[in-house]
Write a protein that binds this ligand. Sequence first.
Ligand SMILES: [Ca+2]
Ligand SMILES: [Ca+2]
Ligand SMILES: [Ca+2]
Length: 208
Amino acid sequence: MVVVMRLGVLIVSCAVAAAGCASGGVIMDGEGTGVDAQSQALTQDAMVAAPTPDARVPQVDAMVAPPADAALPACTGGDGASLDPATGHCFIAYTTVTRSWIDARMACAALGPRTQLATLNTQAETDRVNTLLAASEGWIGFDDSMVEGNFVWVTGEPTAYTFWAPGEPNDGGQNGEDCALTNRAGQAGRWDDRPCAMNYAFVCERVP
Ligand SMILES: [Ca+2]
Ligand SMILES: [Ca+2]
Ligand SMILES: [Ca+2]
């Protein structure tokens, strides 16, 4: 850029002061360094100054800076954790241990306040949790133990969004299935109901 601009100045100088350019191109470059630098400075100032420079810098900083995450505890633990920067929700996955659904629920609650078995309320949350689980199927906080066929989140959150695998939930088997897991094998990360007593990996979610 500097080279190009200096050349530009040189060319303009030559065009205006036609005398001596042919013989003194290199000499002018050397002699005119101070003038060139001033020209560059003026040109650059003019370019930057055009759209209110002082107002633009703080705006960019505000967009890049994280909200108020500094006050939140670090999103760590389990066999892998992942913070959703949009919501501040922290997902903590346990994949090297398996638990029954109720034991998984208690393990999550034991992590601390505002922490429960994960509630997958958006596709973004499902995707994030499935990434954490990698190859594992994992319990989530969704069950129909109270009223068959009526799955509810352990937090009481709305149930409009679901991501069941085809044909699920099917309350399958002799004793039925009342607890949901995500990342069902071979089903593109979709959900399935399974017997609550079975042991699976699980994911907890802590909200700000
Ligand atoms: Ca959630
Ligand atoms: Ca059921
Ligand atoms: Ca099922």
